[in-house]
Design a protein around this ligand. Structure first.
Ligand code: PMP
Length: 460
């Protein structure tokens, strides 16, 4: 039992939140989340909220899974922690590594464990540079990322990502990391087909490789679907062309599957859907459904072979690499995904259903474009609609219409994220068709409320 006002006060007195303007947070006060069950959350004032963002792209199996908490409890009672530095290992970590190797698409046999997606991407930087060093190419250290990509918040993670707002603080990116444009069809020249644009956007990688010199480039990193950048679903031609270019110039391919891994797109990994065979795969979030922190890198045979055969000691790792409790939670989480066939549900049942329902929001006067893939979806709020997204008139970004809309979503009991004026959802994979209906109804109601508000303000 606690007093919500007192918690809010302590929050603003002591808790520095990630990616938060503390001025506006203090004004409104934080919402205190207290409980979760299935796809729903409850706050301290008793509001029931449909979690359209799965925590933060995490809670694939939904809240309230006692079998995960029991697995965690059992492991804590048996062996809460031991390191994997001293030529030592533990049963959950080994079992999980072997299972991940089996689930992964390309020839992946090895896993490097971390506690987060950011640490995993830092690991990628160390791994690819080490790889080229061991092959006698220490000059091959540059890594290419993308505008609006998100790869974490550590110095290397934030540098690999292409978020201007992050680069503007703290002198990023660090040396040896450069960026190309994102495959966002909404930004394509008018008249270009989606397929054509996919090839053009992938071509930016080839241009960048040639500009830098192929003998300087270590790797390319990208999310199969850009998540934090606003659910940017690439044209189907994009990723196969990226693969072709990486192969041509012998550039390592890193797929950051922190969001797309573990079923979110209706495949175990997004790489399968995008028809690519990356050399390294970053994972986190969905591997434990967020119940405990865990991340890592799936290391393909090409890199693993060099690292193991020629490597000697790899001077990298974390106290919590292969944490037994985190790995025990992951094993139970994976068992649930498998037993309840959640990946298949997203592929053939609830995913296609969400696509159809979500697309129906396109008829709303505020919505320029609504699209989805598996269990990620996004819609653009526009001031004036047109037949084609390219002809829609956007709102002035300074008006923060997305944030206004997010407020109505909250009020109507649904969590949606605003990325500028693009509203995005990524619900738990356990969501049923009836719950998809409920979610889309709440979104429509919130769009109506937003529209009424904007009319009152004279902004539409
Ligand atoms: N990569 C991607 C694609 C992500 O979406 C995120 C987190 N949103 C990260 C990396 C970073 O993960 P973490 O916050 O666990 O460090």
């Amino acid at each position: 039992d606690f007093d919500t006002a007192a918690i809010r006060q302590l929050d603003s007195a002591h808790f520095l939140h990630p990616f938060t303007d503390h001025g506006s947070l203090a004004e409104k006060g934080a919402r205190v989340m207290v409980r979760g069950e299935g796809i729903y959350l409850w706050d301290s004032e008793g509001h029931k909220i449909l979690d359209g963002m799965s925590g933060l792209w995490c809670v694939n199996v939904g809240y309230g899974r006692t079998s995960i908490s029991q697995a965690v409890y059992r492991q804590m009672e048996t062996l809460p922690f031991y390191n994997s530095f001293f030529n030592t290992t533990n049963v959950p970590a080994v079992t999980l590594a072997a299972q991940l190797a089996q689930l992964a698409p390309a020839p992946f046999k090895h896993v490097f464990f971390t506690s987060s997606g950011s640490e995993a991407n830092d690991t990628n930087v160390r791994l690819v540079r080490r790889y080229w060093d061991l092959l006698g190419h220490p000059e091959r250290h540059t890594i290419i990322g993308r505008v609006n990509g998100y790869h974490g918040s550590t110095m290397a993670g934030a540098s690999l990502g292409g978020m201007a707002g992050m680069h503007a603080q703290g002198g990023l990116p660090i040396p040896g990391i450069v960026h190309i444009g994102q495959p966002n069809y909404a930004e394509a020249p008018k008249g270009m087909t989606e397929a054509e644009f996919g090839i053009v956007a992938a071509g930016w990688l080839e241009q960048k490789i040639l500009e830098l010199g192929p003998d300087k480039v270590a790797a390319f990193i990208g999310e199969p679907v850009q998540g934090a950048g606003g659910v940017i679903i690439p044209p189907p031609t994009y990723w196969p062309e990226i693969q072709r270019i990486c192969d041509k110039y012998d550039v390592l391919l890193i797929a950051d599957e922190v969001i797309t891994g573990f079923g979110r797109l209706g495949t175990w990994f997004g790489s399968e859907l995008m028809q690519i065979q990356p050399d390294l795969i970053t994972f986190a979030k969905g591997v434990t459904s967020g119940y405990v922190p865990l991340g890592g890198v799936l290391v393909g045979s090409r890199v693993a072979h060099v690292l193991i055969e020629k490597g000697g000691e790899f001077n990298h790792g974390f106290t919590y690499s292969g944490h037994p409790v985190a790995c025990a939670a992951a094993l139970e989480n994976l068992r649930i995904i498998q037993d309840e066939q959640l990946v298949n549900a997203v592929a053939v049942d609830t995913g296609p259903y969400l696509k159809q329902k979500f697309a129906s929001l396109s008829d709303h006067p505020l919505v320029g474009h609504a699209d989805s893939l598996g269990f990620v979806a996004g819609l653009n709020l526009v001031r004036k609609k047109a037949e084609h997204l390219h002809d829609c008139v956007p709102f002035d970004q300074a008006l923060h219409v997305g944030m206004i809309c997010r407020g109505y979503m909250f009020a109507n009991g649904i969590i949606m994220r605003a990325v500028g004026d693009r509203m995005i959802v990524a619900p738990p994979l356990v969501m049923t068709q009836a719950q998809v209906d409920e979610m889309v109804d709440r979104i429509r109601q919130s769009l109506d409320d937003t529209l009424a508000d904007l009319i009152k303000r004279g902004w539409v």
